[in-house]
Design a protein around this ligand. Structure first.
Ligand code: UD1
Ligand code: UDP
Length: 359
């Protein structure tokens, strides 16, 4: 059995690490990794391959820093060539980026079966590029691997039971990665010492979503909230390159501490010892929960609604006062977490076994 896996953006390297490790332990399965190049800085890409023992990509397409249409279009053309050459049994895509949609569409048009990991998530906000990517990818996938019950329900409501595809709940593959790399992070990460941070005495924040960064008033309002919080508890932000560019463009001057993006082992250390997480990241909202930390989400919707329902996460949008109020309610709390929202940490094994059964 041959699988071509498409990756390109930071969270996809983390998801791929879990699946690629299981593939490597399974005789009779070959995985060909294609890196679209969407993320390309060393600390947004290479660091994950190095630290997490992800196999080197067989193809690197070097496509990045373009408008949505140009990026997706060029990826589509380049991935089509790879798939025509490799003729895999399956093409596997993760999440909701432009790399995801390009990979799924290229495969579908060549009649190669598409497996979508992280299927069924919805924000119900079609202004988000991710929402468009995930809806289209789901619709052309043959195997829809859903991380949550809510994702399954979303597909039910969209009538997927009438489509010729397999929908399965498998848990969240990011949970597999978080469990596996936590002990490596405990052994190897020195980030708290390097940044002179004391466990439990800093808030960790990330911001990168287009809906926040490309809207000056929203970004300004988030920066103001983090500035105000930083006056009582240090706020540390590993800064995504998109956000760095836009802070410069708008002339915003944060008071909080910014550092370059960090590798996953350091990110686990920072997350698991923070007094609070504030983020617009999808992945980090869940990691906060995996590591027993409360989270303020800097968005108006979340795909991970079970976190809000469980009281682990407050949706505060980009409003300064709401962010500060939510932080006041959650900061310093690290108790009351019940495991189980995201499966058993063996999503990758389930996915591979399901694909094997389908060949
Ligand atoms: C992409 C995904 C988003 C995901 C995020 C993960 C889409 C539509 N968006 O957003 O869903 O949450 O990745 O981080 O696919 N840049 C660099 N160096 C890098 C990477 C990016 O400088 O290594 C710059 C690009 O040149 C560009 C900007 O950051 O100017 C945005 O990059 P892009 O890949 O278009 O989108 P992300 O915001 O990273
Ligand atoms: N992450 C990381 N280093 C950082 C910031 C984030 O390793 O400096 C990890 C984070 O722990 C999570 C993933 O990147 O596993 C989330 O990616 P991102 O926030 O870029 O995208 P999203 O999940 O929102 O699509």
């Amino acid at each position: 059995m041959k699988i071509v896996t498409i990756v390109g953006a930071r969270p996809q390297f983390i998801k791929a690490s879990a699946f690629s490790r299981v593939v490597a332990q399974t005789p009779g399965v070959t995985e060909v990794l294609v890196h679209t190049g969407q993320h390309f800085d060393d600390n947004m890409s290479e660091v994950f391959f190095r630290e997490m023992d992800i196999p080197a990509p067989a193809y690197h397409l070097d496509i990045h820093s373009l408008s949505h249409g140009a990026m997706t279009g060029r990826m589509l053309e380049a991935i089509e060539k790879v798939l025509a050459e490799e003729k895999p049994d399956f093409t596997l895509v993760y999440g909701d980026t432009n790399s995801t949609l390009a990979g799924a569409l290229a495969a579908r048009k060549l009649h190669i079966k598409v497996a979508h990991v992280e299927a069924g998530l919805r924000s119900f906000n079609m202004a988000m590029p991710e929402e468009v990517n995930r809806i289209l990818t789901d619709r052309i996938s043959d195997y829809l691997f859903c991380p949550t019950k809510v994702a399954i329900q979303n597909l039910e409501q969209e009538g997927f039971r009438h489509f010729p595809c397999l929908v399965a709940e498998c848990g969240d593959i990011m949970y597999d990665a978080a469990l596996y790399y936590k002990s490596k992070s405990d052994r190897e990460s020195k980030i708290l010492a390097d940044l002179s941070l004391s466990p439990g005495h800093y808030h960790l924040a990330t911001i990168h979503r287009q809906e926040n960064t490309d809207d000056k008033p929203r970004l300004q309002s988030i920066v103001e909230a983090l500035n105000q919080l930083n006056r009582s508890v240090q706020v540390i932000v590993p800064l995504h390159p998109r956000t760095r560019k836009l802070l410069d463009l708008y002339g915003l001057i944060p008071e909080f501490r910014m550092v370059p993006p960090v590798g996953y082992l350091d990110m686990i250390a920072l997350t698991s010892q923070a007094s609070l997480i504030l983020t617009d990241s999808g992945g980090l909202q869940k990691e906060a929960y995996f590591f027993g930390r409360y989270c303020v989400t800097l968005r108006d919707q979340t795909e991970w609604t079970e976190l809000v329902d469980g009281g682990y996460n407050i949706l505060a949008g980009a409003d300064t006062d709401r962010i500060i109020e939510a932080a006041g309610l959650l900061a310093g709390k690290n108790h009351g977490f019940k495991a189980g929202l995201y499966g058993d940490g063996h999503a990758a094994e389930f996915i591979l076994a399901t694909l094997q059964a389908g060949t």
